[in-house]
Design a protein around this ligand. Sequence first.
Ligand SMILES: O=C(O)CCC(=O)C(=O)O
Ligand SMILES: [Fe+2]
Length: 269
Amino acid sequence: MYRRNEAIPPLSLASGDSAIRLPALSEIAPALASQLDRDGFVCVKDAVDMAWVERARAYVRDHLDANGEKFFSVIRPSDEKGSPFDDLAHDPKIAGLLEGVARIACPQAIFDDEVYNVLRVIAGPKGTDGSCEFHYDASVITMLVPIIMPDGGEPHQSGELLTFPNNRPYRNSVLTNLAEKALVQNKWSWRRTKKKALANLEQHMKKLLPGNLYLFWGYRTLHGNLPCAPNSLRATMLLHHGDPHGGNPLIKVVRSARKVVENRRRSRA
Ligand SMILES: O=C(O)CCC(=O)C(=O)O
Ligand SMILES: [Fe+2]
Protein backbone atom coordinates (compact mmCIF):
# COMPACT_ATOMS: atom_id res chain seq x y z
CA MET A 1 0.00 0.00 0.00
CA TYR A 2 1.17 3.50 -0.73
CA ARG A 3 1.42 6.21 1.86
CA ARG A 4 -0.70 9.35 1.73
CA ASN A 5 0.44 11.87 -0.89
CA GLU A 6 3.09 9.52 -2.14
CA ALA A 7 3.33 9.17 -5.88
CA ILE A 8 2.58 5.72 -7.25
CA PRO A 9 5.77 4.75 -9.08
CA PRO A 10 5.53 2.86 -12.36
CA LEU A 11 5.69 -0.72 -11.08
CA SER A 12 6.73 -2.52 -14.22
CA LEU A 13 7.29 -0.54 -17.35
CA ALA A 14 5.42 -1.63 -20.41
CA SER A 15 7.34 -1.86 -23.63
CA GLY A 16 6.24 -1.01 -27.18
CA ASP A 17 5.35 2.23 -28.89
CA SER A 18 2.96 3.51 -26.25
CA ALA A 19 3.55 6.96 -24.81
CA ILE A 20 2.42 5.57 -21.49
CA ARG A 21 4.29 3.55 -18.94
CA LEU A 22 1.82 1.84 -16.67
CA PRO A 23 1.79 -1.45 -14.83
CA ALA A 24 -0.76 -4.12 -15.76
CA LEU A 25 -4.29 -3.05 -14.94
CA SER A 26 -4.98 -5.99 -12.64
CA GLU A 27 -1.97 -5.01 -10.55
CA ILE A 28 -2.79 -1.36 -10.23
CA ALA A 29 -6.60 -0.79 -10.49
CA PRO A 30 -7.67 -1.91 -6.99
CA ALA A 31 -4.76 -0.04 -5.37
CA LEU A 32 -5.55 3.11 -7.34
CA ALA A 33 -9.26 2.94 -6.50
CA SER A 34 -8.60 2.60 -2.79
CA GLN A 35 -5.98 5.34 -2.85
CA LEU A 36 -8.46 7.61 -4.61
CA ASP A 37 -11.10 6.81 -1.98
CA ARG A 38 -8.64 7.51 0.80
CA ASP A 39 -6.60 10.47 -0.46
CA GLY A 40 -8.78 11.79 -3.26
CA PHE A 41 -5.82 12.43 -5.55
CA VAL A 42 -3.17 10.19 -7.09
CA CYS A 43 0.01 11.02 -8.96
CA VAL A 44 1.41 8.33 -11.26
CA LYS A 45 4.97 9.51 -11.54
CA ASP A 46 6.87 9.48 -14.86
CA ALA A 47 4.03 7.63 -16.60
CA VAL A 48 4.11 9.79 -19.73
CA ASP A 49 6.97 9.64 -22.17
CA MET A 50 8.58 13.11 -22.48
CA ALA A 51 8.67 12.63 -26.27
CA TRP A 52 4.85 12.62 -26.14
CA VAL A 53 4.90 15.78 -23.99
CA GLU A 54 7.15 17.49 -26.57
CA ARG A 55 4.79 16.56 -29.43
CA ALA A 56 1.83 17.94 -27.49
CA ARG A 57 3.79 21.13 -26.76
CA ALA A 58 4.56 21.58 -30.44
CA TYR A 59 0.83 21.19 -31.24
CA VAL A 60 -0.07 23.89 -28.68
CA ARG A 61 2.61 26.27 -29.98
CA ASP A 62 1.45 25.77 -33.58
CA HIS A 63 -2.13 26.54 -32.57
CA LEU A 64 -1.08 29.71 -30.74
CA ASP A 65 1.10 30.83 -33.68
CA ALA A 66 -1.85 30.38 -36.02
CA ASN A 67 -4.58 31.86 -33.81
CA GLY A 68 -2.86 34.28 -31.44
CA GLU A 69 -1.91 34.05 -27.76
CA LYS A 70 -5.21 33.51 -26.00
CA PHE A 71 -7.16 31.00 -23.96
CA PHE A 72 -8.52 28.12 -26.02
CA SER A 73 -9.84 24.64 -25.59
CA VAL A 74 -10.32 21.82 -28.04
CA ILE A 75 -13.04 19.28 -27.36
CA ARG A 76 -11.96 15.76 -28.41
CA PRO A 77 -8.55 16.74 -29.83
CA SER A 78 -8.12 12.96 -30.21
CA ASP A 79 -10.36 13.13 -33.30
CA GLU A 80 -7.35 14.50 -35.18
CA LYS A 81 -5.71 11.35 -36.52
CA GLY A 82 -2.03 11.05 -35.75
CA SER A 83 -2.10 13.82 -33.13
CA PRO A 84 -0.54 13.17 -29.73
CA PHE A 85 -4.07 13.34 -28.28
CA ASP A 86 -5.24 10.59 -30.64
CA ASP A 87 -2.38 8.41 -29.40
CA LEU A 88 -3.09 9.00 -25.74
CA ALA A 89 -6.90 8.86 -25.67
CA HIS A 90 -6.94 5.76 -27.88
CA ASP A 91 -4.18 4.00 -25.98
CA PRO A 92 -5.83 0.81 -24.67
CA LYS A 93 -3.82 1.12 -21.46
CA ILE A 94 -5.38 4.50 -20.70
CA ALA A 95 -8.95 3.47 -21.54
CA GLY A 96 -8.48 0.19 -19.66
CA LEU A 97 -7.08 1.90 -16.61
CA LEU A 98 -9.79 4.56 -16.47
CA GLU A 99 -12.61 2.06 -16.95
CA GLY A 100 -11.11 -0.52 -14.62
CA VAL A 101 -10.64 1.95 -11.78
CA ALA A 102 -13.95 3.76 -12.31
CA ARG A 103 -15.97 0.50 -12.35
CA ILE A 104 -14.70 -0.33 -8.88
CA ALA A 105 -15.93 3.01 -7.54
CA CYS A 106 -19.17 3.33 -9.46
CA PRO A 107 -20.47 0.00 -10.79
CA GLN A 108 -23.64 1.62 -12.21
CA ALA A 109 -21.66 3.95 -14.49
CA ILE A 110 -22.01 3.75 -18.26
CA PHE A 111 -18.84 3.90 -20.36
CA ASP A 112 -18.66 5.34 -23.87
CA ASP A 113 -16.55 3.45 -26.39
CA GLU A 114 -14.15 6.37 -26.42
CA VAL A 115 -12.62 8.30 -23.56
CA TYR A 116 -13.92 11.89 -23.65
CA ASN A 117 -11.00 14.32 -23.77
CA VAL A 118 -10.23 18.02 -23.85
CA LEU A 119 -7.13 20.10 -24.51
CA ARG A 120 -7.19 23.25 -22.39
CA VAL A 121 -4.71 26.08 -22.86
CA ILE A 122 -4.31 29.28 -20.86
CA ALA A 123 -2.28 31.89 -22.74
CA GLY A 124 -2.20 35.61 -23.31
CA PRO A 125 -1.78 38.79 -21.29
CA LYS A 126 -4.36 38.07 -18.58
CA GLY A 127 -3.35 34.65 -17.27
CA THR A 128 -6.61 34.49 -15.33
CA ASP A 129 -8.95 33.05 -17.99
CA GLY A 130 -10.78 30.04 -16.65
CA SER A 131 -9.07 30.22 -13.26
CA CYS A 132 -10.88 29.32 -10.04
CA GLU A 133 -13.98 28.23 -11.94
CA PHE A 134 -14.57 25.41 -9.49
CA HIS A 135 -16.76 22.58 -10.71
CA TYR A 136 -17.62 18.91 -10.47
CA ASP A 137 -16.88 16.94 -13.63
CA ALA A 138 -19.58 14.77 -15.18
CA SER A 139 -17.30 11.73 -15.19
CA VAL A 140 -16.53 9.19 -12.48
CA ILE A 141 -12.81 9.56 -13.07
CA THR A 142 -10.70 12.39 -14.43
CA MET A 143 -7.13 12.04 -15.62
CA LEU A 144 -5.10 15.21 -15.88
CA VAL A 145 -2.05 15.20 -18.14
CA PRO A 146 0.07 18.34 -17.74
CA ILE A 147 1.69 19.47 -21.00
CA ILE A 148 3.03 22.92 -20.15
CA MET A 149 3.07 24.38 -16.65
CA PRO A 150 4.15 27.95 -15.95
CA ASP A 151 7.42 28.03 -14.07
CA GLY A 152 9.35 30.74 -12.40
CA GLY A 153 6.13 32.56 -11.51
CA GLU A 154 5.05 33.51 -8.02
CA PRO A 155 4.00 30.45 -6.03
CA HIS A 156 0.18 30.21 -5.96
CA GLN A 157 0.09 32.14 -9.24
CA SER A 158 1.32 29.39 -11.49
CA GLY A 159 -1.91 27.63 -12.41
CA GLU A 160 -1.67 25.08 -9.61
CA LEU A 161 -4.68 22.82 -9.22
CA LEU A 162 -6.99 23.33 -6.25
CA THR A 163 -9.05 20.35 -5.12
CA PHE A 164 -11.69 19.54 -2.55
CA PRO A 165 -11.38 15.79 -2.99
CA ASN A 166 -14.36 13.48 -2.53
CA ASN A 167 -16.46 16.44 -1.49
CA ARG A 168 -19.76 14.79 -2.38
CA PRO A 169 -21.14 11.27 -2.92
CA TYR A 170 -22.68 9.96 -6.15
CA ARG A 171 -26.19 11.37 -6.31
CA ASN A 172 -29.04 8.98 -7.11
CA SER A 173 -31.04 11.70 -8.74
CA VAL A 174 -29.96 13.67 -11.79
CA LEU A 175 -31.91 16.65 -10.49
CA THR A 176 -29.99 16.67 -7.21
CA ASN A 177 -26.77 16.51 -9.22
CA LEU A 178 -27.79 19.44 -11.41
CA ALA A 179 -29.04 21.52 -8.46
CA GLU A 180 -25.80 20.91 -6.59
CA LYS A 181 -23.74 21.92 -9.61
CA ALA A 182 -25.80 25.09 -10.06
CA LEU A 183 -25.18 25.93 -6.42
CA VAL A 184 -21.38 25.72 -6.60
CA GLN A 185 -20.68 26.60 -10.24
CA ASN A 186 -21.36 30.33 -10.15
CA LYS A 187 -19.18 33.37 -9.53
CA TRP A 188 -20.34 33.94 -5.95
CA SER A 189 -19.53 30.39 -4.94
CA TRP A 190 -16.26 30.50 -6.88
CA ARG A 191 -15.16 33.49 -4.77
CA ARG A 192 -16.06 31.68 -1.51
CA THR A 193 -14.40 28.43 -2.61
CA LYS A 194 -11.22 30.25 -3.66
CA LYS A 195 -11.01 31.94 -0.25
CA LYS A 196 -11.48 28.60 1.49
CA ALA A 197 -8.76 26.97 -0.62
CA LEU A 198 -6.31 29.85 -0.14
CA ALA A 199 -6.79 29.61 3.62
CA ASN A 200 -5.44 26.06 3.55
CA LEU A 201 -3.24 25.66 0.51
CA GLU A 202 -1.30 22.78 1.98
CA GLN A 203 -4.45 20.70 1.95
CA HIS A 204 -5.98 21.89 -1.32
CA MET A 205 -3.15 22.83 -3.71
CA LYS A 206 -1.56 20.32 -6.09
CA LYS A 207 1.51 21.13 -8.11
CA LEU A 208 1.44 19.50 -11.55
CA LEU A 209 4.52 18.28 -13.39
CA PRO A 210 4.66 17.29 -17.08
CA GLY A 211 5.61 13.61 -17.37
CA ASN A 212 3.31 12.63 -14.50
CA LEU A 213 -0.35 11.61 -14.69
CA TYR A 214 -2.86 12.74 -12.11
CA LEU A 215 -6.13 11.04 -11.22
CA PHE A 216 -9.10 12.06 -9.13
CA TRP A 217 -12.79 11.21 -8.82
CA GLY A 218 -14.02 13.99 -11.11
CA TYR A 219 -17.72 13.74 -10.22
CA ARG A 220 -17.01 13.87 -6.50
CA THR A 221 -14.17 16.40 -6.41
CA LEU A 222 -14.72 20.14 -6.52
CA HIS A 223 -11.74 21.54 -8.43
CA GLY A 224 -10.33 24.42 -10.41
CA ASN A 225 -6.96 25.99 -11.10
CA LEU A 226 -5.22 29.03 -9.63
CA PRO A 227 -4.50 31.96 -11.96
CA CYS A 228 -1.25 32.22 -13.87
CA ALA A 229 0.99 35.28 -14.13
CA PRO A 230 0.25 37.50 -17.18
CA ASN A 231 1.56 36.01 -20.45
CA SER A 232 2.09 32.57 -18.93
CA LEU A 233 1.44 29.44 -20.88
CA ARG A 234 -0.39 26.52 -19.27
CA ALA A 235 -1.64 23.49 -21.18
CA THR A 236 -3.37 20.39 -19.89
CA MET A 237 -5.11 17.42 -21.46
CA LEU A 238 -8.10 16.13 -19.52
CA LEU A 239 -9.51 12.64 -19.97
CA HIS A 240 -12.93 11.88 -18.54
CA HIS A 241 -14.51 8.44 -18.36
CA GLY A 242 -17.62 6.82 -16.86
CA ASP A 243 -21.01 8.50 -16.57
CA PRO A 244 -22.73 7.88 -13.22
CA HIS A 245 -26.06 9.09 -14.71
CA GLY A 246 -25.42 7.34 -18.03
CA GLY A 247 -28.15 7.58 -20.61
CA ASN A 248 -30.37 9.93 -18.61
CA PRO A 249 -32.32 12.12 -21.10
CA LEU A 250 -32.12 15.25 -18.92
CA ILE A 251 -28.34 14.99 -18.77
CA LYS A 252 -28.27 14.65 -22.56
CA VAL A 253 -30.23 17.89 -22.97
CA VAL A 254 -27.92 19.74 -20.54
CA ARG A 255 -24.82 18.44 -22.36
CA SER A 256 -25.99 19.49 -25.80
CA ALA A 257 -26.86 22.97 -24.46
CA ARG A 258 -23.37 23.15 -22.95
CA LYS A 259 -21.85 22.11 -26.26
CA VAL A 260 -23.51 25.09 -27.95
CA VAL A 261 -22.04 27.44 -25.31
CA GLU A 262 -18.60 25.81 -25.60
CA ASN A 263 -18.64 26.12 -29.39
CA ARG A 264 -19.57 29.80 -29.13
CA ARG A 265 -16.77 30.36 -26.65
CA ARG A 266 -14.31 28.56 -28.91
CA SER A 267 -15.32 30.52 -31.97
CA ARG A 268 -14.71 33.73 -30.01
CA ALA A 269 -11.27 32.49 -28.87
O1 LIG B 1 -6.70 22.28 -16.50
C1 LIG B 1 -6.95 21.93 -15.34
O2 LIG B 1 -6.10 21.93 -14.46
C2 LIG B 1 -8.32 21.45 -14.93
C3 LIG B 1 -9.38 21.60 -15.97
C4 LIG B 1 -10.64 20.87 -15.60
O3 LIG B 1 -10.89 20.62 -14.47
C5 LIG B 1 -11.60 20.45 -16.63
O4 LIG B 1 -11.43 20.82 -17.81
O5 LIG B 1 -12.55 19.73 -16.30
FE1 LIG C 1 -12.71 19.45 -14.31
